[in-house]
Design a protein around this ligand. Structure first.
Ligand code: KIV
Length: 289
């Protein structure tokens, strides 16, 4: 599909569209966005789903990890994304401590993503320990995407941003968690940084679509952090990322060129300036004395 303004034949993507895509063996596409302009470009490219990820904290707000991100940060950025995207399924990522402390808080915060943030669904991290929150959120009519494997909100528990599911025991636990989340009614699962063979096996055994990030090609779909894909996040690039552009480099070049233009007085040029009609200018000067 080419990038275009023509949107006549397009339909809004729903959670059911994703499940249908899996049944038809069509890969699901998903990217993160945090602002209006990026959401608009992703939507126009025909990407199925936009995740307003709590990766916001690292790639936009400059934190070391995702833990400081608040509900207010997330709602603010969800609203901007919702203004830019019409067709993609919009998923809001529940930030650290917005769903862990109590089921009531989890439901209330999940509701804010739909009511205030303009999202269609929420995502939250964790396995069976999150079932009470997940079940309550779904009972409130809010679709939930699960997230297993490397769950960045548990970075300190995991001892860093490390691959998960690499032992037989860990793989078994992941399979059990995935089935429990499916049973609880999750419409999809993100699988982050787990062995490709394990992700393929999981994807074959589950009815709901798996969306992989660093989990190989055997998942039912893929997601990347858009700032990684565009080469906008300069601090580090995970091994599983394919960089499709070097926007950080291009931005730096543009800023250097602008600085030189201003310092040489070659910007603004005549075409960037406006003028008063001649007779108005003369009248003005004459009256000014
Ligand atoms: O926050 C995020 O961007 C995510 C993706 C890495 C799946 O959770």
């Amino acid at each position: 599909m080419s990038v275009s303004n023509s949107t006549q034949e397009r339909k809004k993507i729903t959670t059911l569209s994703l499940v249908r895509k899996k049944a038809q063996k069509q890969p699901v596409t998903m990217l993160t966005a945090y602002d209006y302009a990026t959401a608009l470009a992703i939507d126009r490219a025909g990407i199925d789903s936009i995740l307003v990820g709590d990766s916001l904290g690292m790639v936009v707000l400059g934190y070391e990890n995702t833990l400081p991100v608040t509900m207010e940060d997330m709602i603010h950025h969800c609203q901007a994304v919702a203004r830019g995207a019409r067709y993609a399924l919009l998923i809001g990522d529940m930030p650290f401590m917005s769903y862990q402390a109590s089921v009531n808080e989890a439901v209330r915060n999940a509701g804010r993503f739909l009511k205030e943030g303009g999202m269609d669904a929420v995502k939250l991290e964790g396995g069976r320990e999150r079932l009470p929150a997940i079940e309550a959120i779904i009972s409130a009519g809010i679709p939930v995407q699960g997230h297993l494997g490397l769950t960045p909100q548990s970075v300190h528990l995991l001892g860093g941003f490390r691959a998960q599911g690499k032992t037989a025991d860990a793989a078994r636990k992941l399979i059990d968690d995935a089935h429990a989340l499916q049973e609880a009614g999750c419409f999809s699962l993100v699988l982050e940084t787990i062995p490709a063979r394990l992700a393929r096996l999981l994807s074959e055994r589950l009815e709901i679509p798996t969306i992989g990030i660093g989990a190989g090609v055997g998942c039912d779909g893929q997601v990347l952090v858009t700032h990684d894909l565009l080469g906008l996040f300069d601090r580090f690039t995970p091994r599983f990322v394919k960089k499709y552009a070097d926007l950080h480099g291009e931005m730096a070049q543009a800023f250097i060129a602008y600085k030189a233009d201003v310092e040489n007085s070659t910007f603004p040029a005549e075409e960037h300036s406006i003028e008063m009609p001649e007779e108005e200018w003369e009248k003005f000067i004459e009256e000014l004395g």
